[in-house]
Design a protein around this ligand. Sequence first.
Ligand SMILES: [Zn+2]
Length: 250
Amino acid sequence: MNDFGVYAYCGFDLPAEERFKKIKAAGFEKVAVWCHSDFNTNSGISEYEQFKFLREQSLGVSYAHCPIKYAPYLANKYYGAKEAVKTHKIYVKSAKEQGVSICVAHLPEVNAAVIDNVGEIAEFAEAQGVKLAFENLTGKAPFDELFRAVKNAYFCYDTCHALMFGDDSGEMAERYMDRLVATHLSDGDGVKDCHFMPGKGRYRFDSLAEKLKKGGYKGDFVLEAFQSSEYSDISEFLSEGKARLEEIFG
Ligand SMILES: [Zn+2]
């Protein structure tokens, strides 16, 4: 069964405890969190606090996002590469200890060094029982070479990023369906990285829903829209987001 989730921060600054209560009240089953610090600092949540508050609200974790600051070094053969691989393994191990089964990471591009480095991290992740998924940032088929070379690397489909590169209907989800384990659902204008509420832009979510159903997608539907002036507070934003996901994928 597919669960409904939301990215923990979603652009609203409020205390962590309150944030997770409101996510639960809006009817979400899961939350997408960040490993370690970087984006968590926006909401003042430490790594361990967020899992404590999630458990208190009986919310599941859809996936833990790896911090992006070490991702560029994965494209290097030498400089910083060893440290980047080691750090990604720590994110995976820490996620595993918190009962999280999917980690999402970014890649600067795919080259021979990325294939080597990702191969090593993905093998470690598999041994831990964690699926390491990569999110599309640019292009329409960015992972052909990576997925051919690394059998245990997975895919996180971001609709807003896909739209910027001409996929407005789930073509990439279909292309990598056998690796698809996570989604980042938001809308856009096809030009900028907008992360609008689904339905407020040009992305054809109904077509994606059809493709995911046909492909037997078992993962979560995770809202990755951000705050905008349309919403007076996080509760209004979350309840509209939940309703939109239910309409499209329910
Ligand atoms: Zn995303």
